[in-house]
Write a protein that binds this ligand. Structure first.
Ligand SMILES: *[C@@H]1O[C@H](CO)[C@@H](O)[C@H](O)[C@H]1NC(C)=O
Ligand SMILES: *[C@@H]1O[C@H](CO)[C@@H](O)[C@H](O)[C@H]1NC(C)=O
Length: 104
């Protein structure tokens, strides 16, 4: 069932792929994190943390989009409290959230 959910989410993300920036693929790569970021899961999966670490290295600016609710334009409602807690839960160091502000 979880797999179906992920596939459904990826399908939604693809449908919304016309949305701005080059971060769409990053949002998709973070799909294993969605159940955590939507507040439906209290611990992120290992896969989620691995992806998060990859994104921090490759496209940290896209994290801003995620944290600013970038998924909402794609039909995903992220619980910002959960999203902000994710790096801590994964033990992954992210750039400071304050550095996101210049991006809008
Ligand atoms: C949310 O979590 C509950 C209980 O953990 C589960 O039964 C339900 O299927 C989950 N919903 C989604 C959309 O993943
Ligand atoms: C978001 O997550 C926090 C912490 O898990 C929870 O207390 C809060 O109720 C959630 N907010 C929404 C809108 O679901």
């Amino acid at each position: 069932m979880a797999t179906c959910l992920v596939l459904a989410v990826v399908a939604m993300l693809c449908a919304g792929a016309t949305a701005q920036s080059g971060c769409t693929s990053v949002l998709i790569s973070l799909s294993p994190c969605l159940s955590y970021m939507t507040g439906n899961s209290s611990t992120p999966s290992q896969q989620c943390c691995t992806q998060l670490a990859n994104v921090v290295l490759s496209s940290p600016q896209c994290l801003c989009e995620v944290l600013n609710g970038g998924g909402s334009s794609l039909g995903i409602t992220i619980n910002q409290t959960q999203a902000l807690a994710l790096p801590g839960s994964c033990n992954v160091q992210t750039p400071p959230i304050s550095s996101c502000n210049g991006n809008n």
